[in-house]
Write a protein that binds this ligand. Structure first.
Ligand code: SIN
Ligand code: CO
Length: 390
């Protein structure tokens, strides 16, 4: 895709313009971002998902035992019968991993790195329902699926923001809403991280699809990367001070000691290869690894299946990315990594982004051993699966 092509999803902005002027900076309201968008799920289907053991769901009641009472799923059918007429919201996380039609929505966001996308959360609200004024640390695209939702957008927040007393939810005590928009199905609002927002259902049966992004915090990056590095460091690699000058006072930690320590840290912190491996693995870690289940098969079985017309698709819970490194390419699959030769660049792009893989689009690649091995590995691991498998 050309970065300067106007995109209807972005109200005619190109990816380049959007990234330059809005992404991570300011909100963008797009009327008719997806014209004729029809919610791929009905309210009943969403409620059905919230009954499932493996699905993360919440109900928030504005006037419950406390303001914004939070109830956690999985729910049973009776839980829905006991709810008031209005002012409650059901939120279901990672619906893209359970409903292929919702996963398809993510195709629209290909102008952003796929490894930055976290999940699609779907909410259902009765009239007046909302989760309170709050901010998120992530970018989000809020696509209206059904009914109307009023969005108010307020101040930029940080962790110092005053919150109301609530044991589990982070609701802003003060909300200075400056903009106010009512979204209809197909309309979309982009919000950058940390911008206060408050959505309330302006109709009954209001459904909103939130495409959320992943961005590790500095604390996470440091903790996880240093853990990753430490796993491969031998015990004998230590702080050393050969040829140190005698210290002027034996109890002083002098500047030279600190410099030696810093050199030890820098040596590892500058290891870009290790950083890439860690980052790729980290960003492709699946939210629900238990939904990725592989099957044993041989290369021959794969060939036969492809010849018979089999189609391979990515498991919606799998996460894939690739990168270039000094010795060739590397592919990251659901938290794992594997080196690949440079000549397989287009093959990796295909595996990471094609809607499906079949004899026709794989034909040029199956002669490469590394390509065959990768396909078999991905099937065994479960990140790829046969399209007709349940
Ligand atoms: C919602 O869909 O009700 C809430 C989404 C959000 O504000 O993050
Ligand atoms: Co939010």
């Amino acid at each position: 895709m050309n970065q300067s092509t106007p995109l209807a999803l972005l109200g005619g902005l190109s990816a380049e313009e959007f990234l330059r002027d809005y992404w991570q900076q300011k909100p963008l309201l797009v009327r008719n971002a997806l014209p004729d968008f029809v919610s791929p799920l009905t309210p009943d289907e969403l409620a059905g998902l919230a009954l499932e053991e493996e699905v993360e769901s919440r109900i928030i009641l504005e006037h419950g035992v406390r303001p914004y009472e939070l109830r956690r799923g999985p729910f049973v059918e009776e839980d829905f019968q006991d709810l008031p007429e209005s002012h409650w919201t059901l939120l279901v996380q990672a619906v893209d991993q359970f409903v292929p039609e919702v996963a398809e929505l993510l195709q629209e966001f290909r102008f952003l790195p796929t490894w930055r996308i976290d999940d699609v959360m779907v909410s259902y609200a009765t009239h007046g329902g909302g989760v309170g004024p709050h901010y998120d640390n992530y970018d989000v695209f809020l696509l209206q699926g059904l009914g109307q939702r009023r969005w108010r957008v307020g101040q930029l927040c940080d962790s110092q923001a005053q919150l109301i007393k609530h044991p589990e939810m982070r609701i802003l005590a003060e909300f200075a809403g400056s903009e106010d928009w009512v979204l209809n199905p197909g309309d979309m609002l982009y919000l950058p991280p940390r911008l206060a927002h408050f959505g309330t259902a302006d109709s009954d049966d209001c459904m909103t699809y939130s495409v959320g992004f992943r961005a590790p915090s500095a604390a996470e990056v440091l903790t996880h990367f240093t853990d990753f590095l430490a796993q491969n460091l031998p015990d004998e690699e230590r702080y050393t001070d050969a040829a140190a000058k005698p210290s002027s006072d034996p109890s002083e930690i002098d500047a030279a000691a600190l410099d030696r320590l810093k050199a030890l840290l820098d040596k590892h912190m500058q290891d870009k290869g290790a950083l890439l491996t860690w980052f790729g693995q980290f960003m492709t870690e699946p939210r629900y690894p238990e939904l990725i289940e592989g099957e044993e098969l041989s290369e021959d079985q794969l060939f036969d299946a492809l010849e018979d017309g089999a189609v391979l698709v990515r498991n919606p819970s799998a996460r894939l990315a690739w990168a270039e490194r000094d010795d060739g390419l590397v592919v990251f699959v659901s938290g794992l990594s594997r080196g690949m030769p440079t000549e397989l660049r287009d093959f990796l792009k295909l595996v990471c982004t094609a809607d499906c893989l079949h004899a026709e689009n794989l034909v040029d690649w199956l002669e490469f051993e590394d390509a065959r091995t990768l396909l078999v590995e991905l099937l065994k691991q479960g990140s790829l699966e046969f399209a007709d498998d349940e």
